[in-house]
Each structure stands twice: as C-alpha cells, then as structure tokens.
Design a binder for this molecule. Structure first.
Ligand SMILES: [Zn+2]
Length: 250
C-alpha cells in the first residue's frame, strides 16, 4: 500500500474533495481524479500532482488476519439442506466443519492448511455458487484430527464429501490448480488423485502428480466416468460409485 485515500480529515490538496483522490505515502504528490495534469496514471485513473508542500500521510495498517474459528462458531450447524443437495450423510458435512450462515443464506466451508490451521472460508449457496471470503488463502477441505495412510484427493468440497460418504478418507483441493503444496505436506502414504473428467481437471491432476512424485509420495490418478465424482455418484448411485472407488483403491 503506497497510497492513502483522501477523506474528510485529509481532503485532496489539489481539488479539495474528500473522496477518491490518493496521496502517496511520501506526502510529496497526489493522484487527483478530478484535476488534469501532465501525467495521467492509468492504473488509478487520475493525474499526478507534485505538491508545493509535503503533507503528512498515514497509511492504514493491513487488515488483521481473520479469526476464522470464531467466525465459524458464530454460524449454526444447520446443514441438512446441503446434505440433501449433495446426497451425503449429515455427519460428513459436520466432520468437514461446514456451517450455515443465516444472514448470508449460504454454507460456510472451512479451508485448512495441512497442519489443521483454518486459513479461510468458502461460501457456497444451494444453487452451486461458490465464493471465498475476502482474506481467505488456498488450502484443503478435510475433517479435524485425522490421520490417513491412504487418501483420495478430490477437487472441491462436494466431491470430498461424496468420497467420504462412500466410506473413503478424503481431502479436497479448493481447485484443480491450487493447493498442491498443502497436499504434498499432508501426511499420507498413498494418494489417489480423483481428477475431474475435463481438461483443467486432468492438467491439475498431472501437476499434482509430479509434485507428489518429486516428494517421493506414492500416487495414482483416477478419473470417474462422468464429469466429476459427484456427477458419477448421482448417475451411478451409492453402490456402483463405492465399488468403482474400491476397485481402484485395491
Ligand atoms: Zn483531487
């Protein structure tokens, strides 16, 4: 953060307005959004003005890291509707720490590092819309206090829930292209990478595979015969999906 936005206490020294214009941290120039000058700064959409007298500028400190645990505890555990939508046991969702945010009308899914630290929350609505809360970092979806020897590495929370529902230990990546680092540090001996049946899923899976292999971790890629594991489960049903995963599990 090199700039501070003008406000009522520090109006813009160029145009006098109390909104939008920026002051550089050195206090030697402003980027005014209203008064043209020689140099236009496209990134901020304003003009650079050297100030005759430097002004004192306080840059606000970066936002405090969020206390995700406290936030999650402020939500309810009423996640029945999501269990119905995903067609999985309620316990699976509770194990994943999923909560219901009444005020936003969405589910809150904790994102964790390999060591269990919660580093973010993914919001998910029943229509499938997903969004990370601001300040979230990429990580994994998985239950607290687990020690897996073999683990299914899924893409997204719903596939993770489905794998758990089918009786397999599972962790989820936030997307096919993220969290490879965290998967590698997660202490399991065998990794079954459940790849989505599309280009992004396959590329992401191969990247993760080479990372795991570099770290000497046994792994294999498995691709469900539908778009993803949940779609396969919905199409084929519990018994067949469980059988399929069990067969590759060996
Ligand atoms: Zn201005």
């Amino acid at each position: 953060m090199d700039y501070s936005r003008v406000d009522s206490r520090t109006p813009c020294p160029v145009c006098g307005r109390e909104k939008w214009c920026l002051l550089h941290k050195t206090g030697t120039y402003a980027i005014c959004m209203h008064e043209p000058e020689e140099i236009f700064v496209p990134r901020y959409g304003g003009w650079k003005h050297w100030l005759p007298e430097p002004v004192s500028v306080t840059i606000p400190p970066p936002p405090e890291p969020k206390d995700w645990q406290t936030l999650l505890r402020s939500y309810t555990d009423n996640v029945r509707e999501l269990a119905r939508e995903w067609d999985v046991n309620l316990e699976v969702l509770l194990d994943l720490g999923i909560r219901w945010d009444v005020s936003k009308g969405c589910f809150a899914i904790p994102v964790k590092l390999w060591n269990g630290d919660v580093v973010g929350v993914q919001r998910q609505w029943l229509d499938g819309t997903k969004r990370f809360m601001s300040g979230s970092k990429p990580g994994l979806f998985y239950p607290d206090n687990v020690r897996y020897t073999a683990v299914a590495v899924c893409e997204g929370a719903s596939d993770t829930a489905v794998a758990m529902h089918l009786g397999f230990p599972a962790i989820g990546r936030v997307s096919a292209s993220q969290s490879a680092n965290q998967v590698t540090m997660f202490r399991a001996d065998r990794y079954y990478i459940v790849a989505d049946n599309d280009e992004a899923g396959q590329i992401g899976a191969r990247r993760l595979q080479s990372r795991l292999t570099e770290h000497g971790k046994w792994n294999t890629i498995i691709t469900p015969p539908e778009k993803d594991l949940r779609a396969f489960y919905q199409e084929a049903g519990y018994k067949e999906a469980k059988q399929w995963l069990g067969d590759v599990w060996g």
